[in-house]
Every structure is written in C-alpha cells, then in structure tokens.
Write a protein that binds this ligand. Structure first.
Ligand code: NDP
Length: 246
C-alpha cells in the first residue's frame, strides 16, 4: 500500500481536471487520472512523474456505469487505499427546452450526475474502511442560477449540490467530507467557442471582471481535499469571480 493519499480525478485529460490533477500531485497525492482518451492521460502522467510526483492513468467512459464502479474498485485493489475523489468530468449538450432531445437530456444527466452517484457509491466503502475521505463534486454556477439553453446541464449540476449535501450527512461520522465546487466561467475547451459578445457580457456580470483559470478551481479543490479541511462539509463553494454571490 502506498503511503501517499490516493486521489482519483475524473476528466483529468484537459482543462479544469488536468489542473486539479497537477495540483494534487504537487501537493503529494498519488493521482489517478481518469478520462476516455488514453493519450492525453499518458502525457499528463509522464509530466507529473517527470516533476517528481506520482500518478496513474485509468481510461474509463464514466457514462458506462459498470466500468465506472470497476475502475474505482481497481484503484483500491491496486494502490491499497482510496482517500480523495474529485468528480470533475462533464459535458454540455446545449439546446433550448423546446428543441432539446431526449438524447441531449439523457447524455448530460448520465455523464454529469448519474456517474457521480455511481462513483461515490463505489468509493464510500474503501473510504469508510480507511476512516478518511474527501469527495469534491464539480458543479457549475449554471446549476445555482440557471442558464438559457442548459436545462439538462443545470439540472445535473443542481442535482449534484443536493446529492453532495446528502452524502455529507450520511458519511460525515465516518471521517468523510463531501463538498461541491461550482466554477463560474473558466477558460477551457468548454468555453473557448463562446462568441466574444457573450464573453464580454459574462465579464460585466463578474465582480473581478475577468474569466477564471483552471488553476483557480484547482486551488479551491486542493484545500477542500486536504487533511486540514475536515470541518468543511456539505458546502457549495462558488468559485466564480463574484458572479453569483449566492
Ligand atoms: P473540458 O471539456 O475541457 O474537459 C472535460 C473533461 O471530462 C475531459 O477530460 C474529458 O475527457 C472528460 N470527460 C467527458 N466525458 C467523459 C466521460 N463520459 N467519461 C470520462 N471522462 C469524460 O471541461 P472543463 O475542464 O471546462 O470542465 C470541467 C468540469 O467543470 C465539468 O464538469 C464542467 O461542467 C465544469 N464547469 C466548467 C466551467 C467552465 O467554464 N469551463 C464552468 C462551470 C463548470 P475525454 O473527452 O477524453 O473523455
């Protein structure tokens, strides 16, 4: 069994998840990097190892729920412990409600919400055995205040906040905390194709008048998953440059 705390980070191949994986590795965690595509995971693992960190790549399609549960179990079997779970992977399939298809609805709910339930259920037992756990689910300000064209996405992200509060209550007595981090607009592939007028409009709604970076979110996750954050649980932390303030 490794002496380091083992952290699974989903959606680690790029964007926010990659920044979280890099940060947790530099904080001394053994990071298990999960996404569908193998090549960027291998590249990230090599980068972490080259800078003295510990990491493993675990390709997995989280919308395949059996594969997700097996992936979590295999991490515990191979590394002997599971301390931290960051459910960050997410997709958008935007459309106005009148045009939204069942496939767009189901695809987003499966990847952004149900996979998180499946992963947390599989992680709870090993964390209970270790009498320690830190779960962070990455939601969105869309789930806090809504966003036109994102009924599926906002429903999934809003669902995460209620789900996370509930597991925080259920698992708190076992040394396991669960929190939601809700990013505002962050510069990643997910937001790179937004038209400039939309970006300007978003900036004007923010107290800091600028988009965030993946590292801004990683810093918050690093604290929420640290040993010293044992009294922080059931919270939804909006890291959004003062956009929602709710
Ligand atoms: P990106 O689109 O840049 O990255 C998404 C990540 O999720 C990739 O690593 C992708 O890897 C992985 N992923 C997607 N689907 C699956 C799947 N079925 N199984 C496994 N992995 C999957 O997103 P961001 O970094 O921008 O966003 C990360 C999280 O933050 C998401 O949950 C998003 O909803 C949330 N968020 C982002 C905001 C932003 O402004 N960027 C704002 C608010 C919230 P691969 O394709 O290889 O599977």
């Amino acid at each position: 069994m490794t002496d380091q705390r083992v952290a699974i980070v989903t959606g680690a191949s790029r964007g926010i998840g990659r920044a979280i994986a890099t940060r947790l590795a530099s904080d001394g965690r053994h990071v298990v990097c999960v996404a569908r595509s193998q090549a960027p995971l291998d590249e990230l693992v090599a980068e972490i190892q080259a800078s003295g960190g510990a990491a493993t790549a675990k390709p997995c399609d989280l919308s395949d729920f059996d594969a997700t549960a097996k992936m979590i179990e295999s991490v515990h079997e191979e590394l002997g412990r599971l301390d931290i779970l960051v459910n960050n992977a997410g997709i958008t399939r935007d459309n106005l409600i009148l045009r939204m298809t069942d496939e767009e609805w189901d695809g987003v709910i499966d990847t952004n919400l149900k996979s998180v339930f499946v992963a947390c259920r599989a992680a709870a037992r090993p964390m209970m055995r270790g009498k320690f756990g830190r779960i962070v689910n990455i939601a969105s300000t869309s789930g806090l205040v809504g966003n036109s064209g994102q009924a599926n996405y906002a429903a999934a992200k809003s669902g995460l906040t209620g789900f996370t509060k509930t597991i925080a209550r259920e698992l708190g007595g076992k040394g396991i905390t669960a929190n939601t981090v809700a990013p505002g607009f962050i510069q990643t592939d997910m937001t790179k194709d937004l038209p400039q007028p939309v970006i300007d409009g978003v900036k004007s709604m923010m107290a800091v008048r600028n988009l965030g970076t993946p590292e801004d979110i990683a810093a918050c996750v690093a604290y929420a998953t640290s040993d010293e954050a044992g009294f922080l649980t059931g919270q939804t932390i909006a890291v959004d440059g003062g956009m929602t303030m709710c």
